[in-house]
Ligand binder design. Sequence first.
Ligand code: G4P
Length: 299
Amino acid sequence: MSIQWFPGHMNAARKKAAESMEKVDLVIEVLDARLPQASSNPMIEELRRARQRPCLKILNKSDLADPAATKAWLAYFGAQPQVSAVALSCRKPAEVAKLPALCLKLAPHRGTALKPLRMMIMGIPNVGKSTLMNALLKKRVARVGDEPAVTKTQQRLQLGNNIVLIDTPGLMWPKIAHPSDGLMLAASHAIGVNAIIEEEVAHFLADQLLLHYPQLLAKRYGSKVEALDGPGMIETIARARGYRLKGGDLDLEKAAHTLLQDYRSGVLGRVSLETPESRVALLASFVVAPTEALPEEAE
Ligand code: G4P
């Protein structure tokens, strides 16, 4: 399966992000705690390292993620130079309230009225950047937008006297490095899927859940799940729920949609789709280096 990431305007967006990076002291990178590496944009890391900007990695939606996997990810990211990592839910204002102090710790030379701490929130779509921004500012603010083509390019928002939040358009990368990353992102709704590939995404998700969280599937759909594979699990859901098409065949599309919805909303339970160990295994399984580089694009 190939998932088309946002095409066009990549180099222009990258250039703008590089310019913004120059003007900030700290990057807040929002990740999805259920798939922290798959939901991170390698370009953000590349740009901030080039400018030697410290980074606070927020493993957001930790209310939906497996606490054990999240703990492992926090240790993994926390060991990186100039990086702090924190897991939270941006929907919980009390958790977000702890962030300014963490940010100031990462850039101790800033944070006065004269030299305010300038921060930029970055991350792929749907990880919770708007939710975070609203929680930090304690009010609803329209974001600049995730499409690189939007006309408005930047806004500065005051967070108390000593911190400035710089909001920029989202930064996309045109090609997803590993097919399983695309599937994880689609399952988690960071990228859209159409009806045809929704079933493929659901098969992938069902396979992952059968492997790591079979008890959650058994509990939710009230059936035995041993010896099932992804498509078998979808069939089981259709049967358990009585999803039938007019002619009487199982409505597998509806069952696939149900599984995805149940995972996304958290009703299935707390699930993570990757761990630092599974990431290492994934990378090791690639004989040929994946293409993470941007294609050259005329401006
Ligand atoms: P973005 O700016 O990065 O694109 O993401 P945004 O804040 O719009 O959040 C995307 C979806 O994720 C929203 O749900 C939002 O509520 C949800 N979300 C954000 N943070 C958390 C979190 O910590 N935990 C959980 N469980 N969900 C979170 P939505 O269904 O699109 O909209 P809404 O009606 O829930 O607001």
